[in-house]
Design a protein around this ligand. Structure first.
Ligand SMILES: Nc1ncnc2c1ncn2[C@@H]1O[C@H](COP(=O)(O)OP(=O)(O)OP(=O)(O)O)[C@@H](O)[C@H]1O
Ligand SMILES: [Mg+2]
Length: 610
């Protein structure tokens, strides 16, 4: 955008030619590196397992690995670490992979033997050696055990901090061949990543339609794809891999980028959690664009205070980590970040603040989503939509559109792609069993998110709001009070129930939530029910729903299981909610909830308003 140094010049094919800030033609992929352009080596026992594709047998070891990697001599890796090559290194020893998980070692791997809270990874060096590791990266404390297992040791004081860059080297800097957009913030990362991926897909489709020449990587398949990495899953085009955590460990992440590159992925939208930043999971990445959504109290069991939490997030917005920033002007910490960051900034405001570069105007909120006009800094005006309800999803959609535009994608293409996203798993996901009221499952599990989601649903609900919520065990206990209070204050029926109690007493968690609810003055709160059994709690909310009402089951979103005392039983809120709706239809006036159950005649005479 001329006149705005913050924003790189638009180019229609940016979605397939990475790097808004990388000038000039793209170097060939698998370029440079220790050997210069050369032969790629097939990695032994490579597999692309653990996918959700029907026929794929789940084979450990885990996360996907690239099929072909150019080997890197151990001496080169030692050079990168600034240390001597390990004495036990065989002449010409080379690495073709790296992992921090001894079970996941494949022949040719460097095994990152990291110190842990309870055990040291070096205790598993023998297993890594058996599986074919060629060396271990470790700290002085682990060096002896690694040597005892017969592995050459690359010893540095903080191997965790070096692991990401080493992985990027071993896999041939795969991130540089992808347009990488990282999203951080307390809430909305997953949602924004999905919306963004919709825009990236639309940009690829537009390029294809316009016959833009494919800038393919060596070894890439013919398909041109987009990628997504986050809490729910990793997506490589349409292939889906269940996520273990929001941001994979650095070794797995770099391998994943390499897999994406060789399968023809051009651009990736990725969540970057504050844990990931602090624990070095995105070491080795330089994002083309970093997006900041918001910051509110959360993870204060991990960060000592808000300042520490802010600083963790702010790390993403440094030159070492990202080339351009897209920041929410409506958020107080966002404004501070925009002032403090040294990288070019483009701001957005869903509230339509005139100081922001991209602003939402004419927002119309509906039960299924919102429409608005996205106004740009050069007088652009594009019709846009957030395909999910709630004002905060206007912010998420505008964040995605702004980042896509900064990436060089045509604004209308970006907005259309965002609007076309069919939904985000477990984020205000609608359950439709033909009932005459709106029923949604949501992942709100933080006080702020609970408040936002209840306020958002209130706006689109003519009748009453029935909400089910629990708080996870073994996680920040301070938020329970606030979440119980928010639920009681903002819903007509607040059903307090279990989330994943984990090792804690479910009743103790409920007691903390109930204390929060009890702190809301009686005239300001709805009916509060306490039901430890989640399925029964959901049924209780459903039993009270009448035409025009909304039922929201919050806290677990896309999750497939419930962890009670360490035993995980299958539990999917979407399925349980659907079954409860169907059961309520068949058994109106169930005795336990008879007084609250809607009458059969009423439920039949209304159209589904959701
Ligand atoms: N921009 C937002 N502001 C406030 N609340 C939001 C926002 N976006 C989503 N939420 C709420 O937070 C919940 C979690 O959203 P989402 O999964 O997109 O966020 P996240 O940042 O990825 O969360 P997590 O860190 O738990 O993975 C949603 O289900 C919704 O209730
Ligand atoms: Mg997430």
């Amino acid at each position: 955008m001329p006149g705005r140094p913050a924003s790189p010049a638009p180019s229609r094919s940016a979605a397939v030619r990475p790097g808004p800030a990388s000038a000039g033609p793209r170097p060939p992929s698998f370029r440079g590196g220790p050997h210069g352009p050369g032969t790629l080596t097939a990695v032994p026992h490579a597999d692309q397992s653990q996918t959700t594709q029907k026929d794929a047998a789940p084979v450990y070891p885990g996360p996907p690995r690239p099929v072909r990697v150019r080997p890197t001599p151990l001496a080169e890796l030692a050079g990168q670490l600034g240390i001597e090559a390990p004495v036990a290194t065989e002449e010409g020893a080379e690495a073709t992979g790296i992992t921090h998980d001894s079970r996941a070692v494949r022949p040719g791997d460097v095994y990152a033997a990291l110190p842990g809270a309870r055990v040291h990874g070096a205790d598993f060096a023998a297993q890594a050696a058996d599986l074919g590791a060629v060396a271990a990266l470790t700290d002085p404390a682990g060096a002896e055990r690694v040597a005892a297992a017969g592995l050459p040791a690359l010893v540095v004081p903080d191997p965790r901090a070096r692991m990401g860059a080493l992985a990027a080297t071993i896999y041939g800097e795969p991130g540089e061949d992808l347009l990488q957009i990282g999203i951080t913030g307390t809430s909305g990362k997953t949602t924004t990543a999905y919306l963004m991926e919709g825009g990236l897909r639309a940009a690829l489709a537009a390029d294809r339609a316009s016959g833009a020449p494919a800038d393919r990587n060596e070894g890439a398949q013919a398909a041109e794809l987009t990628g997504l990495i986050g809490t729910v899953e990793t997506r490589i085009g349409d292939e889906r891999i269940k996520s273990e955590r929001t941001t994979p460990e650095a070794t797995d992440l770099q391998a994943l980028f390499a897999v994406m590159r060789e399968r023809g992925v051009r651009s990736v939208a990725m969540e970057v959690s504050s844990h990931a930043l602090v624990l070095g999971r995105v070491d080795g990445c330089v994002f083309d664009i970093a997006v900041f959504n918001n910051l509110s109290p959360e993870h204060l069991d991990f960060h000592p205070d808000m300042e520490d939490y802010y600083r963790a997030k702010a790390q993403l917005f440094t030159k070492a980590r990202s080339r351009a920033a897209v920041i929410n002007h409506d958020d107080e910490y966002g404004q501070r970040l925009a002032r403090e960051t040294q990288i070019p900034v483009t701001t957005f405001s869903a509230e339509g603040h005139p100081d922001a570069d991209w602003r939402a105007a004419g927002v119309e909120i509906g039960p299924l989503g919102s429409t608005f006009t996205a106004l740009g800094p050069e007088g652009q005006a594009v019709r846009a939509a957030a395909p999910l309800p709630g004002t905060f999803n206007v912010a998420n959609a505008l964040a995605a559109i702004t980042a896509l535009v900064v990436a060089g994608i045509d604004p209308q293409t970006a907005a259309d792609g965002v609007a076309a996203v069919p939904g985000v798993p477990g984020r205000l996901e609608r359950v439709d069993a033909g009932q005459p009221y709106l029923a949604v499952v949501d992942y709100a599990h933080k006080p702020d998110a609970v408040e936002s989601v209840l306020r958002a649903l209130r706006k689109v609900t003519d009748g009453k709001l029935h909400a089910v919520l629990g708080c996870g065990g073994d996680r920040d206990p301070h938020k329970r009070h606030a979440m119980g209070a928010a639920l009681a204050r903002l819903s007509d029926t607040a059903v307090l129930t279990s989330d994943n109690p984990r090792s804690e007493d479910p009743l103790a968690i409920l007691a903390a939530m109930l204390a929060g609810a009890a702190d809301v003055p009686t005239h300001e709160r709805g009916t509060v029910l306490v039901e430890e059994e989640r399925a029964v709690a959901i049924a209780a909310a459903v039993a009270r729903a009448e035409p025009g009402d909304t039922v929201v089951v919050a806290g677990k979103g896309h999750e497939q299981g419930q962890d009670i005392a360490g035993v995980v039983r299958a539990f999917d809120d979407r399925q349980v909610l659907r079954e409860a709706i169907e059961a309520a239809r068949q058994h109106p006036g169930h005795p336990y909830y008879a007084s609250a159950a809607p009458s059969a005649s009423r439920t039949q005479h209304h159209d589904d308003q959701g």
